[in-house]
Design a protein around this ligand. Sequence first.
Ligand code: ADP
Ligand code: ZN
Ligand code: ZN
Length: 784
Amino acid sequence: MTNTDLLLNLAPERLVQVALERGIDRYPEGLTYAAPEALGPLCPGDRVVVPLGRGNTPTSGWILAVHDGSTDPELMSSVDPLRVKSILKKDGTETRLPGQVLSLAEWISDYYACPIGMTLASMLPAAVRKGTGRVTRRFIHLAKDAPDPESLPRKFGPGRRRVLEALHARAPEDGPIEMNALAEEAGLKSKLPIKALLEAGMIGETTRTNVQAAWLERSAALATDGDDIRPNADQSAAIEAIESRFEEGFSRHLLLGVTGSGKTEVYIRLIKSVIARGKTALMLVPEIALTPQTASRLFNRFPEAKIALLHSGLTQAQRNQQWTMVAEGEAQIVLGARSAIFAPVPDGDIGIVIVDEEHDGSYKQDQAPRYHGRDVAIRRAQLAGCPILLGSATPSLETWHNTVDLKRNTLHRLPERAPGLSLPNVQIVDFAEERKAFKDRRVHLLGPRLSSALKQTLSSGSQAILLLNRRGYANYIACPDQQCGWVMQCDQCDAGMVNHRAALGGGGRHHDFVRCHHCLTEQRLPKQCPLCSRKITVFGLGTQRVEEEIRGILAGTAVAEQIKRVDSDTMRGADDFHDTLDRFGRGEIRVLLGTQMIAKGLDFPNVRLVGVINADTALNLPDFRATERTFQLVSQVSGRCGRGEGAGLAIIQTFQPDAPAIRLAAEHDFESFAREELKERRRFALPPIRRMARLVVREAGEDACLDFSGKLARGLEPMLEEGVSITQPEPCAITRIGGRYRMQILLLADDPRKLRSVLLRARRNGVLTPGERVAVDVDPVALL
Ligand code: ADP
Ligand code: ZN
Ligand code: ZN
């Protein structure tokens, strides 16, 4: 035998590319393993266990591709048969990832610069990967040479005899019988006789492992609409235009509709027609735990449909159940937050992808892979060959640019509120002026106009929503002496500490503490300035302080106890929020006060007043999207009122009454705002005109951070290409978080493909290794 013959004999029968759930940066292609024939058929999307590293640690992963001598002779001959390791086993999961989900993973890994295994791990719920809630059932059949029960010796155990009799009595077409059912049929008290027969080889078994399916309990309690709604002309035009493109495959749409214009009605009608075609609708909403009304409305309007919900409020086992049902092709509607875009709807089944409130920041994941749910949704619709519908009253400038400048999306407008509803009257209040009305020196967060409107709204029986986008009691803790100038900062972060107040029993007693909103460390509130021993003061805004003030304003009235603060400090989970909204819907709560949690998507007809305590909180952030975000927040929260009979009133308090973002939001004029803001972005060559990737270097030492970011920037320079520019490393707006210094490098490109190719080249050359030290954020939405 020649050497070559020997190698050919040893050559693996099949090779597979496997993506491991570890942070190994192997681009989109994964690691190569041999797959012995004995494992049976293998397909991309199957889950397997492979040996990893020197210790051959068994590690789970997903098959990305399968090659054999006929498809890939070159690859087959390029691997060293003596070094390639073999797959250990299939991991027992019967569900396989649909090809389109796998392609999506490869695209994300590539575009967002994240190792493929890490990408897959973050796409799939942990419950699915661990198989939580999975049960293995054993099915028994007679062995080929099983003895005839008649011929058994007299002293053969009676239990075992009855088992064989029961099996013999079954018709062959019934197939194997589940072990518990067999035990019952044979009248056994324990399964020992069955096990004994298995051991003796007289019977055989097969196992089936799966998740016991069950749909979630439905609650339509928060729904306010019914099936009797007749779409108006604008809604009908949008519905028909999108339906007319169903046959065409992939098509892109933007539904621009002011708040309360009935966008949800358009989604519902389109979903109905998708289901009627035997297909599945995939719909994303921002933070579903925060938008329970949407789920209720779907449950209400689709009493017969199979609706799968995928969100963080489910138990592990529930998640796996929902996921499995989707994978089995059972779901007609899949509704969920960001990660629901990875729902394993079988290839060919998706009829439409809908992204509601597409501008919402929660669609962006803030850990690797830092993908944007909306952009992944567009990609998924493209792979699925179906329409994608983005909806918003305040589209992101990315989407708007794609629509009006690049003409990629077909625009459908709903310029008016649904029949019977009118847009709220929005009044801008110059808070600097208002403050002059107060004769005392106390802090006032609600000016005379807002507080009298609040009293009036409540005494007329209506409800109010008040927004302040800042948690806690006060956000400055400082020395009153300007000469001293001490301000309490977090030890670990470049950020001020925030004063929080915790109630102690009843009677208004409380205890003060301070918390860092970045690393979450807490301390006692100091009494004295550590530098000069003066008594410290706290000032600035926080929802707790607003609550205190409103309670003061409403003291003695009938509604004094019907105030509820909603922020991540008071809402422990989805249930708390759901419960609060339930009570608000029933009128038991009259004033909702909170952070942006209450600015999103709520639809309660009795809300007549919306108050924005301070519209400037977002305006002054050092981020080029600050104005865009302010416009969105003011428009969205104003849109929560006037959704029933009678007009709504929104009062916006601000120190910058002339700021265009605030003025245009008050006029409900998205298109003018977007036109002006896009001009600015073009002038400064910022996204969405150019595409951005942000690299954040994080190091425990300041010098190390400087050194490493400088080295990274120098390494990247030769990787650039025409049309791509790079900034010198600079400190991030928040220079330190959790004890680590942060420097950023920005890459800007006139085309996303160039950005992608630069990043890929840098990864392949080992210049850039995304991970703990360097966070890569492609198309970042926040620059702090
Ligand atoms: P959006 O999602 O655009 O904010 P919604 O879908 O929540 O708007 O609609 C606002 C309200 O108007 C809902 O209570 C809805 O039931 C109602 N509505 C929507 N379309 C119509 C219609 N054609 N006729 C009557 N009421 C409608
Ligand atoms: Zn901190
Ligand atoms: Zn001091």
